[in-house]
Structure formats: C-alpha cells, structure tokens
Design a protein around this ligand. Structure first.
Ligand code: TRP
Length: 340
C-alpha cells in the first residue's frame, strides 16, 4: 500500500477473525463480503486473531497456529487483495498486548461480566466460574486491536456489536483521563442480511456446532449440507402449504440469491403449496456451488504456494507493527507515563 497523502487520509478499517478453524458462509455474509468492497475505498487491516483465539483454546495452541494459514487462505480466496488490505498476525504485534494492559485499568470486572457477547460465550462453553481471565478480558484486547490502528470502521457480525460499544467506552475513558482526544471512537459496520442460521436451523452458524458450510467445502460437502438443511417440518408433501419463516433454505436464498424477484415468487409458491423442498434445495445448491467453486479453486492454488502467503503475512504484519507502535507511543505520552 502506498503511503502518499491520499492513502493516508482514507478512513481506516480494522477487523479480524479468531484462528480456530477455516471460515464459513456465516463469515462470508457477516463480514468478508464487506471487506472485499471496503478495500477499494478505505485503508484496511485484517487481523489474524491468534492471541484472542488462545483465550478459549489455551489447551490447543497447535490448532490456533495451524489455522493462521487457513484463515489467510480464506481471505485471499474470497478476494481480499494484499495490495489493498494488510493481513497481519495479532500475536506478532506487541503494541496490542501493551495497550491491552493499559486499557485494563479503564474497565471494571463487573462491566466485563455484563458484556452480552461474553456472557453468551461463557454459557456456550460451559465456563461458569472457571473463566480464563484472558477470555473475560478479550473485549479489552479487542479495543486495543481497534484503537491501535486508529480504525473508525469495524465490519463485524451483529454478535460483535457489544464489543464495539465496550471499545468506545474505553476510548472515552482514556480520552477523558488524557484530557484530549488521543483515540478515535469507531462504529460497527453490520451487514443488512443479519446473521446466517446454521444448516440445522439453530441461531448461529458455527464450526463448533457442526452446522456450518466451510468456504473450502467440497462439492459433495455442499450437496450434503443442503440436503440436510432444516426446512419446515410440517411441510411433508410438495402440495402442502409451507412456512418460510425459520426455514433455513429461504434464509440462505435471501442471503445468496441475486434474483430477489424470483425468491419472492418462490416464497409465495411455497406458502401456497405446490413447491417441494427438493426443488427449492436444488436452486440453493446451484447457487452455493457457483459461489464456492471459484473460491475453492483459488484457495487450492494458493495453498500450493505457502511461500507467497507467508510473504503476504510478513509484509502486512510489518506495516501493522509500525502503525500500532505509533499509537502505543501516543497513548503512553497522553497518559504521561515515565520516559527515559
Ligand atoms: N472477536 C472477533 C470474532 O470473534 C475477532 C476479532 C479480534 C476482531 N479482534 C478484532 C473483530 C478486532 C473486529 C475487530 O470474530
């Protein structure tokens, strides 16, 4: 990325993903698609959040390490352009850890325990009172991620909205303490489509729930997933009237079918009766195969050239290191920390 004036005045986008497994269609509609568009108009940094991944995977650092490459491949395969977006590795950016330590003093444990996303994740993981402290505090580390890049736009799924709120709270407290606006606040960019349900109809697509379609899924995996997809359990015969609400196939058609008029027609037909699940699923499968085919091919080609991918990560991390180090210096100075 060139460092001339026009580039520097572009608003900054920062987002990231935990490196716990390959990304899936939920990530695609939730934020990858936005990122591919944003790199044309913004200065964009993408964080491979391996340090955050450790907050609930300390027992399996090997998985976290291995998936740094996998997520990087997913980014490049869906069209993230390393000439336009810097892809960087979180744990190789020490300024993020230092900022986290400073910010921890501007948030209470009670506030962290009230964070709705953390609360829900604690419930899902069954942590109860045995919460790793790093996990409870990850919203603070995420505030460090966002502010270290001076990001003002953060494309995330709607489940991450409370993180953005908490980040802005920390920003206001640091700024108040500093007596000036050392850090900018940011806004979440949440996709209009909302979250994609899992193929089983459960609220959220997630690899750990086994209800996801990976971006790298094989044609057979896509086909199997569509066949298994939850529809309307009382729609037994094609001639029966069916329900569209809560029907996963329609949720996916809404998210991926460009022909909105046809989707509206299919919905009306399904409600009326006379449209079978098989026919409906055939349409969805075609669309998903067409979307993921080229992604899978690009991914396979890139996976054969790990040297290239490592080069991309090295350059992106280098660029990120410079940026984040500068913000750390600003915050240290604004808080009036000791200097030698
Ligand atoms: N918490 C995000 C997720 O689970 C990943 C993430 C880490 C992130 N750091 C970030 C997102 C900074 C946005 C900004 O997907």
């Amino acid at each position: 990325m060139s460092a001339d004036k026009t580039e520097q005045s572009r608003p900054v986008v920062l987002t990231g993903d935990r490196t716990t497994g390959p990304l899936h269609l939920g990530h695609y509609v939730g934020s990858l698609k936005n990122r591919v568009a944003l790199q044309e108009t913004h200065e964009q940094f993408l964080l491979l959040a391996d340090a955050q991944a450790l907050t609930d995977n300390a027992h399996d650092p090997e998985k976290v390490r291995r998936n740094v490459m996998e997520v990087a491949l997913d980014y490049l395969a869906v069209g993230v352009d390393p000439e336009k977006s810097a892809i960087c590795v979180q744990s190789l950016l020490p300024a993020l850890a230092e900022l986290s330590m400073l910010y921890l003093n501007f948030v209470t444990v009670a506030r962290l325990e009230r964070n709705p996303t953390v609360k829900e994740e604690i419930r899902l993981r069954g942590f109860e009172r045995d919460i790793p402290a790093g996990f409870l505090c990850y919203p603070v580390a995420q505030a460090a991620d966002i502010t270290a890049f001076r990001a003002t736009v953060v494309p995330v799924g709607e489940d991450q909205a409370p993180m953005i709120e908490q980040s802005n709270e920390i920003v206001r407290r640091v700024n108040r303490q500093a007596g000036r606006e050392v850090l900018p606040e940011c806004r979440a960019l949440i996709p209009a489509v909302g979250r994609l349900p899992g193929i089983d109809g459960k609220a959220k697509m997630s690899k750990s729930q086994g209800n996801a379609i990976a971006l790298s899924a094989s044609p057979e995996e896509i086909s199997r997933a569509v066949k298994r997809m939850y529809t309307d359990p009382s729609h037994l015969r094609a001639s029966d009237p069916g329900t569209v609400e809560g029907n996963v196939v329609f949720a996916y058609l809404d998210a991926f079918d460009e022909d909105k008029a046809l989707v509206a027609e299919l919905k009306a037909h399904y409600r009326r009766g006379g449209l079978g699940d098989m026919a409906l699923k055939r349409r969805l499968e075609e669309i998903l195969q067409a979307l993921l085919g080229p992604v899978r091919e690009r991914r396979a080609a890139l996976a054969k050239d790990p040297g290239y991918v490592l080069g991309v990560l090295k350059a992106g991390t280098e660029q990120a290191r410079e940026r984040t180090q500068k913000t750390l210096e600003d915050v240290r100075a604004a808080l009036g920390l000791f200097r030698l």
